[in-house]
Design a protein around this ligand. Sequence first.
Ligand code: IFM
Length: 440
Amino acid sequence: MNFSRSDFPKGFLFGAATSSYQIEGHGFGGAGSTMWDTFAATPGNVVRGENGALACDHYHRFEEDFDLMQAAGFDCYRFSTSWARVMPEGRGAINQEGLDYYDRLVDAMLERDLKPCATLYHWELPSPLADMGGWQNRDIAGWFGDFTEVIMGRIGDRMFSAAPINEPWCVGWLSHFLGHHAPGLRDIRATAHAMHHVLLAHGTAIERMRGLGMTNLGAVCNFEYAEPYDQSPESLKSAKLYDGYYNRFFMGGIFRKEYPQIVMDGLAPHMPKGWQDDFDVIGAPVDWAGINYYTRKIMQPNDGPWPSHEEAEGPLAKTFMDWEIYPEGLYEFITRTHREYTKGLPIYVTENGMASNDHLIDGAVEDAARIDYLNQHVAMAKRAADEGVPLEGYFMWSLLDNYEWALGYEKRFGLVHVDFETLQRTPKASYHALKLAFAR
Ligand code: IFM
């Protein structure tokens, strides 16, 4: 890597991130059915119909995985808790085996000096709650609050940090408007309800965790830099609207207790009744913000119904996800978050990394493109930190190759290669390079 730990302020944290459904092996330990299990079982939704039943079998191999993290010199581990593993029906009965698992998991992190950074929800909604409308149902905020108390009642005493929801844009827009993720809906009313309720659930969980006496609670949103196709007023508006519903809607709700007008121009008629009265819960004070960043999108107008725009092909080099590599966007979002939303609170890059077409050859994975990608993005984070933004840590996505949702197991994001036949782990060149950078 062309950076080292000593380039950052003392106490700056380097971590790696994962999520439960993507690595654990959902088939183990008495977990209940989730909407990702049924989405994947429906033809046409997921490449090769793959699901998270086995994934990386982290459920049985987490000690080995944390040994790798410790050996590389990571400071912290961002993981998520599976609602259906802890409460198979989503409400009511508790699966003790699931709670015991997270208890062991956290202790195994602490034994290796890895700070536990929890995300309560990273997308695998229990099926019985999906049956009741899932994120479209306002009651989900209370159900999620109850789950929060159960899981954090058991492990909350040992968390370095906790955030309720990973990437509310994906929960709302990607899953209910674009239909790319479970539950695979394409309906504007469902979208408006889900986007609002996911924030209501976020705020409810923050309040419940405060009630448990927890500290260092945050919000993790994903961001994509919106670039207009050209300088026409229509293209400029297309980019501004994309920026609005992707980047500003959730940050606006949490940090300013308002939604952007340009988004409400389209969504207002479809919002749940009384949404204006929920901002005191949604905007419950948090202690930090997390930024997940990967790419940019070039937006142009079209003749369709609102939002009346579409993506255009960009000219930059792309990752195996076909995502343009645009490190400057990370600098923009770190500085914008500080300037317009968090105004002094600590900021973390909670996800950044790339998928590449990695191959294990003679026991090694030469992922030079990932090293380059990380170098470029870490440099942008350093630029923001050098300018005085209180950036306090950087998590790479991901520790392991894992289940990339609708794209199955083909898109490898890991610093550690996983052979999905044998489940053997092999640290890639990027892992070894980071290890050297963390030691310097
Ligand atoms: O794999 C996902 C993760 O679940 C959420 N953030 C983006 C990653 C890469 O697509």
